[in-house]
Design a protein around this ligand. Structure first.
Ligand code: KIV
Length: 290
């Protein structure tokens, strides 16, 4: 067992109710993961929630945005993540155009995501209230997401801070209230001014999870590859780099390649020996075939 385990693996998985109860009691830590090894690591590190974000299109699959991520791709990555989690609540992003057309589409796609991967909740970008009501009504917990919603970045004029003007801020306050009313168990606030996030947090009874939304939210979420230095195409200002794993990985692979070329790797300790007797027999055989 790892030395950095912070809770026992037989501890109960975190539930939607635990997340809701955390409001005004303790801050919630959420991070993304997209595969089993990273899911194991973040779960052992003790985060409350793991998001299989459609950011995987950019940080895992090398695409320029999140729009082309498909439901099948999400299911594939969600399955891998669920296998690595004991404690955290796993939430999956519903990809672009898997919910916008209407409540029926949203319901059948969310049902596939939950049934085929084992995630326990889904996240939808924007105030698609009939869709959210349909999912919650069917027993699928929904996390809302407002502010900068990357699936609608073209409409928002790019990856820009939202709600800077009083009218836009008012609209986001209304959207947050509407998401709570529609049944969301938590709401992600992305790239909005800190005072606005604080006002939303004070007015809704469900936890707000901030990303670029200041310190007054009820929790925070970051993209794992951003915080660990594994994605350097673009780093938003609100990201804190907790490690430079990309640099470490590159140096490790450089060292390996150099040792292969110089003959320093592998050493006898990395290989398998042979009984002297068997070796002598092999040499006899080789001589016979010469
Ligand atoms: O896709 C994602 O990783 C997200 C987070 C940035 C909140 O939606």
């Amino acid at each position: 067992m790892s030395t950095y385990q912070t809770f026992s693996t037989d501890e109960k998985p975190l539930s939607i109710l635990d997340v809701r109860d955390a409001k005004n009691r303790r801050k919630l830590a959420m991070v993304t993961a997209y595969d089993t090894p990273s899911a194991r690591i973040v779960d052992r590190a003790g985060v409350d929630m793991v998001l299989v974000g459609d950011s995987l299109g950019m940080v895992m699959l090398g695409r320029k945005d999140t729009l082309s991520v498909t439901l099948d791709e999400m299911i594939h990555h969600c399955r891998a993540v669920v296998q690595g989690i004991h404690h955290a609540l796993v939430v999956a992003d519903m990809p672009f155009m898997t919910y916008e057309p209407g409540p029926d589409t949203a319901l059948s796609n969310a049902a596939r995501l939950v049934r085929e991967s084992g995630v326990r909740a889904v996240k939808l970008e924007g105030a698609f209230l009939p869709q959210i009501r349909a999912l919650v009504g069917a027993g699928i917990p929904v996390m809302g997401h407002i502010g900068l919603t990357p699936q609608r970045s073209a409409q928002l004029g790019g990856f820009k801070v939202q709600g800077k003007r009083a009218e836009a801020a008012r609209q986001l306050l209304d959207e947050a209230a509407a998401l709570e009313d529609a049944g969301c168990f938590a709401i992600v606030l992305e790239a909005i001014p800190a005072p606005l996030a604080a006002a939303i947090t004070a007015r809704v009874s469900v936890p707000t999870i901030g990303i670029g939304a200041g310190a007054d939210c009820d929790g925070q979420v970051l993209v794992l590859h951003d915080m660990l230095g594994l994605y350097s195409e673009f780093t938003p200002r609100f990201v804190k780099r907790y490690a430079e794993l990309g640099t470490l990985m590159e140096q490790a692979v450089r060292d390996y390649a150099e040792e292969v070329r110089s003959g320093a790797f592998p050493t006898p300790a990395h290989g398998f020996s042979m009984d002297e007797e068997e070796r002598a027999r092999l040499e006899d055989r080789l001589r016979e075939t010469e």
